[in-house]
Design a protein around this ligand. Structure first.
Ligand code: R5P
Length: 297
C-alpha cells in the first residue's frame, strides 16, 4: 500500500471515505497548541516513500493553516514521496482583487503558499469570481469538485416545483449549475455590498418564481446578510418563504437566526465545514473526484 491518508482532527469521516476509494492506509495528524499558542503537530503514520494526502477543511483558516503547513513539511521531512491536500473548503478566495489601494490579493498569495507546501489540491466549489479557474491561481494540479449534483438530489427529495435563486451576480455559476441539474428555471438578484455586514439585495425577474418554492443558493454563507436580504426581498415580493442552501457553512455571527428572521423556511448546507445545518453529505462525491484526480497523477 503506497498511499496514506492523514486526517486533521475533525476530518476523519472524509479521510475514511478517501482511504476506502483509494484502498489507502489511514493515519492521523495530532495537533495541539503549546502554552504560548504555537502549534505542535505529529504525523501518526508511516509515510516514508509513500504518497500522502492531508485531509483538512480550511475554515477558521488562520487557526488551521499553520498546523497544516507544519504537517506538510513534517511529512516531506519524514520521506513522503508526494503530498496532496484535500480541503473541502478553500479560504481567502473572495479577496480576488485589490479593492482599495494598499490591500493585497489574498487568493493569489494563499494559492502560492499552498503551491509551496503540497503537490496538488482538491477542493469543493472554490469561490472563483474574477478568475475563471484554480489553474489561474495555482501552479500545481488542482481539482474543483462541484456540489451541484448532491444538492440537486437533496432538492429533488423535497418533491416540489422549485425555482433556483442566486442572491447576487457572483452566485450565478452555482444557481445555473443547480438549475441545470434539476432542469428548472433560475434567476439571479442584484447585490450591492457596502461593508462586511451591510449589503442590499434587489429582486428582478421574479415572474419565474411564481407558484414555485424558491431555493436560494450561494457558495458561502458567512454573516448571512446576503442570503437574509435575498430572502426578505422574495418574501416581500409575495413569494413563498425560501429554502436557503449554502455549500460552505462559514457562519460568522448568528447567521442562522438572522436567516430565519428574514423569512427562510429552512437553512441547509453541505458538510464541507461541520455545522448544525449540514444536511447534504459530500464524502462520496469528493471521494470519486479525488480518486479520478489521483489516477491522473
Ligand atoms: C460572495 O459573493 C459570496 O459568494 C457570498 O455571497 C458571501 O461570502 C456571503 O457573505 P455574507 O453571508 O457575509 O453576506
Amino acid at each position: 500500500m503506497r498511499e496514506v491518508i492523514l486526517s486533521y482532527p475533525g476530518d476523519e469521516a472524509l479521510a475514511d471515505a478517501l482511504a476506502s476509494a483509494r484502498d489507502a492506509a489511514r493515519g492521523a495528524l495530532h495537533v495541539r497548541a503549546f502554552p504560548d499558542g504555537e502549534s505542535h503537530v505529529r504525523v501518526d503514520a508511516e509515510v516514508l516513500d509513500r504518497v500522502v494526502t492531508l485531509v483538512c477543511s480550511l475554515h477558521r483558516p488562520d487557526v488551521r493553516m499553520v498546523p497544516l503547513a507544519l504537517a506538510a513539511s513534517t511529512a516531506r521531512d519524514l520521506g513522503a514521496s508526494g503530498i496532496y491536500l484535500v480541503a473541502p473548503y478553500l479560504p481567502y478566495m473572495r479577496q480576488d482583487a485589490r479593492f482599495v489601494p494598499g490591500e493585497g490579493v489574498s487568493s493569489r498569495y494563499v494559492a502560492r503558499w499552498l503551491d509551496g507546501l503540497v503537490d496538488g489540491v482538491v477542493t469543493v466549489d472554490p469561490h472563483l469570481h474574477r478568475v475563471a479557474s484554480l489553474g489561474e491561481l495555482f501552479h500545481k494540479p488542482t481539482q474543483a469538485v462541484s456540489a451541484a449534483g448532491a444538492i440537486a438530489r437533496w432538492v429533488r427529495g423535497l418533491s416540489r416545483e422549485v425555482v433556483i435563486v442566486g442572491p447576487d451576480a457572483e452566485s450565478a455559476q452555482w444557481a445555473q449549475a443547480l438549475a441545470r441539474e434539476l432542469d428548472v428555471p433560475w434567476l439571479v438578484m442584484e447585490k450591492v455590498r457596502r461593508g462586511d455586514r451591510d449589503v442590499c439585495v434587489q429582486a428582478q425577474g421574479l415572474e419565474r418564481a411564481s407558484g414555485r418554492l424558491p431555493i436560494l443558493i450561494d457558495d458561502i454563507i458567512s454573516t448571512g446578510r446576503t442570503m437574509a436580504q435575498a430572502a426578505a426581498a422574495l418574501v416581500e415580493a409575495g413569494c413563498e418563504r425560501p429554502v436557503a442552501v449554502g455549500v460552505h457553512a462559514v457562519f460568522a455571527d448568528d447567521a442562522v437566526a438572522l436567516l430565519h428572521q428574514a423569512g427562510c423556511a429552512q437553512v441547509v448546507t453541505c458538510d464541507t465545514i461541520p455545522h448544525a445545518t449540514n444536511a447534504i453529505a459530500l464524502s462520496e462525491t469528493i471521494a470519486l473526484a479525488y480518486d479520478a484526480f489521483m489516477r491522473s497523477r
